[in-house]
Design a protein around this ligand. Structure first.
Ligand SMILES: NC(=O)c1ccc[n+]([C@@H]2O[C@H](COP(=O)([O-])OP(=O)(O)OC[C@H]3O[C@@H](n4cnc5c(N)ncnc54)[C@H](OP(=O)(O)O)[C@@H]3O)[C@@H](O)[C@H]2O)c1
Length: 264
């Protein structure tokens, strides 16, 4: 398995699962990683903790101008993009999460959709033309075919498959992300672009595990038969596998990473 020399854009990779993926791709898979944050200094701080080839970039997936500037910078510096991971997620907001579905507002739904769904749509729209151009690059190298097209990974969540009793705007956005993956896989499979959804269960990032009480952490750990939380590094290893050419004849899939709470 190798991602050698592939340019991987990972949105929201200043911390948490995105950061673990950036580290895994750069340090163990030889990819060239673009570490993204809405704040350049946060991206730079994350970059300083990564060995291997990586670069920091500012990117707000809700802002068209930010995406335009980001794409100009990446293409001017690196000329191509081979892997896109749509990982950015709206921060946990207990005021939205614990509301009953019928109490939610359009404005709250829009805020979450803007990052978790529309952010993924916007970045995919910007990056797909670049991936299509990868089909025209002729290097004469023996591994030329491996660099055609590209791979897009959308980070989803198990409630998108099984439903959940809280956080309906989040579940709706993450379910639409799975549909987005399928649209991309169908429409661009013939152009060597593969797409996947990773449906994550309880993964111990600072955003989720951090603010919980010990009791809540313990309760969440009882959900899968593995009786524990997943680690961001475990998600990162799966992402690196599916981004590689070992997955060359699988696309459109949803891969559940949750210690078996949800079985398909
Ligand atoms: N942890 C879990 O248990 C779990 C379970 C299921 C799914 N997920 C999903 O996995 C992904 C990562 O979660 P995490 O736990 O690692 O959370 P996290 O630490 O809060 O990371 C989320 C990232 O999203 C970025 N972000 C937020 N708004 C953004 C915007 N407008 N534009 C660009 N980036 C933005 C943040 O970057 P900056 O603040 O640096 O801009 C941050 O790095 C999310 O999509 C989340 O929904 C997590």
């Amino acid at each position: 398995m190798s991602l050698t020399g592939k340019i991987a854009v990972i949105t929201g990779s200043s911390k948490g699962i995105g950061f673990a993926m950036a580290k895994e791709f750069a340090e163990n898979n030889d990819a060239i990683v673009i570490v993204c944050s809405r704040k350049q200094e946060q991206a730079a701080r994350a970059l300083a903790q990564i060995r291997g080839k990586a670069f920091a970039a500012e990117l707000d997936v809700t802002d068209g101008l930010s995406i335009k500037k980001f794409m100009q910078k990446i293409l001017s510096d690196h000329k191509r993009i081979n892997i896109l991971i749509n990982n950015s997620g709206y921060p946990f907001d207990k005021d939205i999460w614990y509301k009953k579905f019928h109490e939610g507002t359009d404005e709250e739904l829009d805020r979450i959709m803007d990052v978790d769904l529309k952010g993924s749509v916007r970045l995919s729209r910007a990056v797909i033309p670049v991936m299509l151009q990868n089909n025209n690059i002729i290097t004469g190298n023996e591994n030329e075919n491996e660099n055609r097209g590209g791979v897009i990974i959308n980070i989803s969540s198990t409630p998108a498959i099984a439903g959940y009793t809280e956080g309906s705007p989040y579940t709706i956005a993450k379910a639409a992300n799975i549909a987005l993956t399928k649209c991309i896989a169908r429409e661009y499979g013939s152009s060597n672009i593969r797409a996947y959804s990773l449906a994550l269960g309880n993964i111990a990032s600072l955003a989720t595990y951090g603010p919980m009480t010990e009791e809540d952490r313990h309760q969440a750990a009882q959900e899968p038969s593995m009786k524990r939380w997943g680690k961001p590094e475990e998600v990162a290893k799966v992402a690196a596998c599916i981004a590689s050419n070992n997955f060359s004849f699988a696309t459109g899939n949803t891969i559940v990473i949750d210690g078996d709470t949800v079985l398909l």
